[in-house]
Design a protein around this ligand. Structure first.
Ligand SMILES: *Cc1c(COP(=O)(O)O)cnc(C)c1O
Length: 385
């Protein structure tokens, strides 16, 4: 009989299925050890936690690879560490990178300040136009980098035209899939070559770890592992263990984030003091049809444009009790932040307005509390009582 391919919840809990030995622990114990015994004269792989081959690091890497439908994965000490090494793995001095203009602030700094120092040129492209990508290509273009869904407007990109372009032109398609997680979108099924996650966000899901991951084929992951040995951003075993625990509930958490965010966005879109609501699950969102087609869930991030500018948003933010004002996202608790103070602090007010989120915009990372409590919290904060 043909074996059924395990579903995403099963994969999130078990990773690749193996027969377990009698009295083996259900959970991978914390191997809080920098190094491991290497028999004299043995040709076994040398185990050392900076090499990314500590058992806690390996356990979560196998689990994430299984979830993404990829050959291999590797966890690193932060999402930024993962983004840096994924790009160093495929780009050399003299190469050119095409990057989406709708990009996480830290990634923009990495591209403009750091890659340029290494002789790698980056051009930012409006990702909504497939033709633009082709127009900006050079002979030296080696890769395309995108994020989807994007921060903070939750725009959803169609990877297939980009994957085709990459295939024809011999380029690599790199996707930051932090907002989606494999529960909502699996970029490899749409032609991506390399996936990046900030595991700080949904993969861990409890706002208590900084981590990142790169997912790809074995060749790319071995190059990233080689870079890790030298550049050194390895994840600590205990942090890896926390992610191990967090990832087991990824399916139920993402289901709750998707449901709560949709209910919250629907409620917000009816509120008279909220000018606009950005959520791909709402019919008026510019990517709603595409999102319905390619995503398994619309995600947990909702953008709210409050009438009355930054003063109004500050007044509302001060009154919230369920939601906390803090950067970051993807945890079980609801967090709100303002792009003008966090992800887009380096842009001017005019630039933020041109990008579609004038000051007074707040990003809500909808948690998995009872959504009625979250709605009541915002209702009270907006009414000023
Ligand atoms: C947070 C984030 C990052 C950076 O991740 P860290 O774990 O904070 O280094 C990269 N990309 C996206 C989309 C993010 O939200």
């Amino acid at each position: 009989m043909k074996q059924r391919e395990p579903g995403l919840s099963t994969r999130a809990i078990h990773g690749p299925l193996v027969r377990r030995a009698s009295q083996s622990p259900i959970n991978t114990p914390v191997y809080q050890s920098a190094t491991f015994v290497n028999q004299v004269g043995s040709s076994d792989e040398v185990m050392y936690t900076r090499y990314g081959n500590n058992p806690n690091q390996i356990a979560i890497a196998n689990r994430l690879a299984a979830l993404e439908g990829a050959d291999a994965a590797i966890f690193l000490a932060s999402g930024m560490g993962a983004t840096a090494l994924a790009h160093l793995a495929v780009l050399q001095s003299g190469d050119h990178l095409l990057a989406t203009d709708w990009v996480y602030g830290g990634t923009r700094v990495l591209f403009t300040r750091e890659l340029s120092r290494l002789g790698i040129d980056v051009t930012f492209v409006d990702p909504s136009s497939t033709r633009e990508w082709r127009n900006r290509m050079r002979k030296s273009t080696r890769a395309i980098f995108v994020e989807t869904p994007t921060n903070p407007l939750a725009r959803v990109l169609d990877l297939e035209p980009l994957a085709k372009l990459c295939q024809v032109e011999g380029m690599v398609l790199i996707v930051d899939s932090t907002f989606a997680t494999p529960m909502n979108f699996r970029p490899i099924e749409h032609g991506a070559d390399i996936i990046i996650h900030s595991a700080t966000k949904y993969l861990n899901g409890h706002s208590d770890v900084i981590a990142g991951a790169v997912v790809s084929n074995n060749d790319v992951i071995e190059v990233v592992r080689g870079l890790l040995k030298t550049w050194g951003q390895s994840i600590d075993p205990h942090a890896a263990w926390l992610i191990d625990r967090g990832m087991k509930t990824l399916a139920v958490r993402m289901g709750a984030h998707n449901r709560n965010a949709l209910a919250f966005a629907r409620w917000a879109s009816e509120h008279p003091r909220i000018g606009a609501v950005h959520y791909p699950g709402l019919e008026h969102h510019p990517d709603h049809e595409l999102a319905r087609e390619i995503l398994d869930g619309f995600g947990g991030i909702v953008g709210l444009q409050l009438d009355g500018g930054p003063e109004a948003s500050e007044r509302v933010l001060r009154r919230l009790r369920v939601a906390s004002h803090a950067p970051s996202l993807g945890g079980v608790e609801t967090l709100v932040s303002e792009p003008r103070l966090t992800s887009h602090a380096e842009s001017t007010a005019k630039e933020r307005k041109a990008q579609g989120f004038p000051d007074g915009f707040i990003r809500v990372s909808v948690g998995i509390e009872d959504v009625e409590d979250l709605i009541a919290d915002f209702k009270r904060a907006l009414s000023g009582t």
